[in-house]
Design a protein around this ligand. Structure first.
Ligand code: GLA
Length: 519
């Protein structure tokens, strides 16, 4: 953004309208301009998203090369391992790899204007989710109204919005796809299982296999949800005592991702000891490992028993670190700082996450969300808080799962979700979650070491007024001359020694990338 524009924004923000409230009263109404910082993708090809991908030997492989640029484009992979092919028109890589090992490939994408090339590592072994999951989940916008049609539209929108070209991959159905015996709504009623005990979807999902085929045909992957208890949180039939059969059904249907939500499990099991908490997850991951299909496992039990300390051990590829970020619509802003910043820094969560196993602070609550009163409304997060959420999630290497209305993305929200230099921080192959390095009243500095030796840094302002925040080299364990780049704006800021300071808006962030200057 030009300097004059920036000044205008600050002036405008100085005119913030607040309906003044005392600290115990309702949250102040803040009106901020929606400043779009993310530059629009250019016409020439640019490859983004993950640089490494894990698959198990013999499992169906699906990965679509994410690249922006004018269409049509041609895609090619150099050194593709035997068993895989790449569709030159769509960039979809599919097939199976039988032989375990690491395969170093190169993606090449070209169009009329130019070409791009990037290395990509395929690791055929036992570990999935080598970078945090990227995708969309139905819960916070469609909650218990979700249907087959909504999921298909979400897959369409992931392609048409361009999110897919930035690495977003999963289209995940949350709760409410199975039968709900206690419901009065006939579309949710029916036989919960067939005569062989295989789970049925409700009438809102008439053909699950056709649905995942549709999602896969777009080069995307499909996710499903259940609970280890007899019912899900919304009272739909879940997996208790049918775990083997339900997983067999998901494999048959073609799902690639499972969210396993504790919910009613408390009614049938104890949760007093660590083995109690671990039991359902050990059981399900053991069953998943026996399948000839890769299903990424997301543990959802709200952080009980410090799940980050053992989520990986019980086979989780990610684990929710706290309760529902958007459980109270009005409380999302408060929850963002509490469950995002405070949970992470209190328990040093960075120690436990890494390739194959990620801390999951819940979904990106941007764009249009359900307000739990039957309406779909704009997120209550201010524009600066929205930048803060995406920046923090990338710094701590959290899954980037958007849960707003993907069919209704304005330019601002799309910019938040598709900034390649920000996504690159999240998807960095080193997979080291970031952490807080300093806190001075409401000012926090967080850093994440990256594979190329550079570091990503976030200067966060949790206070109510604009504040100057400084990242000191001593806190970042670096010294000497460093070149600084503004990650959201994607422009170089110059060479700095000892420290870097920036003016940061109320509840906002400045994200920078720091690289040592080499002579
Ligand atoms: C719990 C989970 C949410 C969502 C709902 C669905 O509250 O934490 O993420 O899956 O259940 O009922």
């Amino acid at each position: 953004m030009k300097k004059t524009q920036t000044t205008l924004v600050w002036l405008f923000q100085a005119l913030i309208l607040t309906s003044l409230s005392c600290s115990s009263g309702p949250r102040a109404v803040i009106v901020e301009p929606k400043v779009i910082l993310t530059p629009k993708p250019g016409p020439s090809p640019r490859i983004s998203g993950a640089k490494v991908f894990g698959v198990r030997p013999g499992s169906p492989f699906l990965f679509t090369i994410p690249a922006t640029g004018d269409k049509p484009m041609k895609y090619e992979v150099v050194n593709l391992p035997s068993g895989l092919t790449c569709d030159e028109n769509t960039g979809q890589i599919s097939g199976t790899i039988e032989k375990p090992g690491e395969y170093l490939t190169t993606f090449r994408v070209r169009n009329n204007i130019g070409n791009a090339e990037r290395s990509f590592r395929i690791v055929c072994g036992e570990t999935l989710a080598l970078t945090p999951h990227m995708g969309w989940n139905s819960w916070y916008v469609w909650e218990n109204h979700v249907t087959d049609k909504i999921i298909r539209s979400a897959a369409d929108a992931m392609v048409s919005s361009g999110m897919k070209d930035h690495g977003y991959m999963y289209i995940n159905i949350d709760d409410c796809w199975s039968v709900k015996p206690s419901s009065k709504d006939s579309t949710l009623l029916g036989k919960p299982r067939d005569k062989n005990g295989m789970i049925n979807s409700n009438k809102r999902f008439p053909d699950m296999k056709a649905l995942t085929d549709y999602i896969h045909s777009k080069g995307l992957k499909a996710g499903i949800y259940t609970s280890p208890g007899p019912f899900t949180c919304a009272g739909h039939v879940a997996a208790y005592k049918f775990e083997e059969k339900d997983i067999a059904r998901y494999v048959d249907w073609g799902y690639d991702f499972l969210k396993y939500d504790w919910c009613s499990y408390s009614n049938v099991a104890r949760k007093d000891t660590l083995p109690d908490l671990q039991k359902p997850y050990k059981l399900i991951s053991g069953i998943l490992r026996k399948q000839k299909r890769d299903i990424v496992l997301n543990l959802c039990q709200y952080g009980m028993g410090d799940v980050w300390k053992w989520g990986k051990e019980v086979g989780g590829n990610s684990w929710r670190t706290a309760g529902d970020l958007g459980g109270s619509f009005e409380g999302i802003g408060t929850a963002l700082f509490r469950d995002g910043f405070d949970v992470y820094s209190r328990d040093s969560l960075q120690v436990y996450g890494g390739p194959g196993a990620w801390n999951d602070p819940d979904y990106l609550l941007l764009g249009y969300l359900s307000n739990w009163k039957g309406e779909t409304v704009p997120t209550p997060l201010t524009p600066n808080e929205q930048y803060t959420q995406v920046s923090l999630w990338c710094l701590v290497a959290a899954p980037l799962i958007f849960s707003g209305d993907i069919t209704r993305l304005d330019e601002f929200t799309l910019g938040l979700l598709t900034n390649d230099e920000i996504i690159e921080v999240d998807q960095d192959p080193l997979g080291k979650p970031g952490y807080r390095v300093s806190k001075q009243k409401d000012s926090e500095v967080w850093m994440k070491p990256l594979e190329d030796g550079s570091i990503a840094v976030g200067l966060f302002n949790r206070g109510e007024a604009v504040s100057k925040i400084t990242a000191f080299w001593s806190d970042l364990h670096i010294s000497g001359k460093q070149s600084i780049r503004d990650s959201w704006r994607q422009n170089d800021l110059g060479i700095f020694e000892n420290s870097y300071s920036a003016k940061v808006q109320r509840h906002g962030v400045v994200m920078i990338r720091i690289r040592p200057v080499t002579k």
